[in-house]
Design a protein around this ligand. Structure first.
Ligand code: TA6
Length: 272
């Protein structure tokens, strides 16, 4: 685990297993802003349930690889930590293709995850470079699980009029006609070419979520039945979480040899 602490006391924790951000507290002693299931394995035997899983090089089961690819179940290495002007701190982690990844996915790549914390902000960036001699393509996401007080009083704003497909039904293309997305029930949608910013609004606080480089946004809550079917989630935990994911899902990213792609998600707390 890497523990980051900015000059103002904001903290984040990052596991080398999956380059997985498991905790973010922008205010010392204040609210934890990421959800982590009390039943999550944290010993490397299974993906971590909560925090920010790094999904690469395949989103969900949209291809032949294990669900959500192998980045979230790989050990990454620590590359560097840095202190920035005004007190932010960041850490970068690397995943390089090796025999295990090449056996699953025949491409030479370097993936770098950078996490920066400080002030009201958490910035997570994923960069992928094709260091092989043939083009590669992938889908990816920062599958962020945000902690909320209660999904019944939480709304997601900013997707009015956006096109989405239901995750299990790629043939369905719908327009979101609602001013806000309700989160107190099962939802699993891929919003295509989504707006850069959405806002998670609770009665007493809000979180702005900005994506860059990732064209899509996935919104997921397993609902009551879905939660009961997940061995690593406890009953009622679906009320405390919502996934708002910066994603490149509908159109794979194509990288020619020597090319690099980068996408990020920036989360900023606001008091209402
Ligand atoms: O991003 C949403 C999603 O693809 C859902 O369809 C759901 O399966 C979720 O990810 C979690 O997947 P996991 O493999 O972590 O249980």
């Amino acid at each position: 685990m890497l523990h980051l602490r900015a000059a103002d006391g904001a903290t984040a924790a990052v596991s080398l297993f999956g380059a997985h951000v498991t905790s973010w507290r922008p205010i010392p002693g204040g609210d934890e802003r990421l959800f982590l299931s009390e039943r999550s394995a944290l010993d490397g035997t299974r993906p971590i349930r909560g925090g920010v899983p790094v999904i690469f090089p395949q989103f969900n089961v949209r291809g032949p690889l294990p669900k959500h690819g192998f980045a979230r179940t790989s050990m990454w290495t620590r590359e560097a930590t840095e202190c920035h002007p005004y007190g932010d701190v960041s850490a970068s982690l690397l995943l390089l293709s090796d025999a295990a990844t090449l056996a699953l996915w025949p491409h030479a790549f370097i993936a770098r995850l950078t996490v920066r914390v400080g002030g009201p902000r958490l910035v997570i960036s994923l960069a992928v470079e094709n260091v092989g001699s043939t083009p590669l393509e992938f889908t990816a996401a920062l599958h962020s699980y945000f902690r909320v007080h209660d999904t019944a009083t939480t709304e997601l704003v900013g997707l009015h009029g956006a096109r989405f497909e239901e995750s299990g039904d790629r043939a369905s293309l719908l327009f979101d006609e609602h001013e806000v997305v309700r989160l107190d029930r099962a939802i699993d949608r891929v919003y295509l070419q989504a707006p850069d910013r959405v806002t998670l609004r609770e009665p007493d606080r809000q979180l702005d979520i900005d994506g860059e480089g990732f064209p899509d946004i996935v919104v997921w809550n397993p609902g009551v039945e879905g939660t009961a079917s997940l061995p690593d989630m406890a009953a009622d935990e679906e009320r405390e979480m919502v996934c708002v994911e910066a994603a490149a899902v509908a159109e794979p990213i194509v990288l020619n040899p020597g090319r690099r792609w980068e996408g990020s998600q920036t989360c900023t707390v606001m008091v209402r």
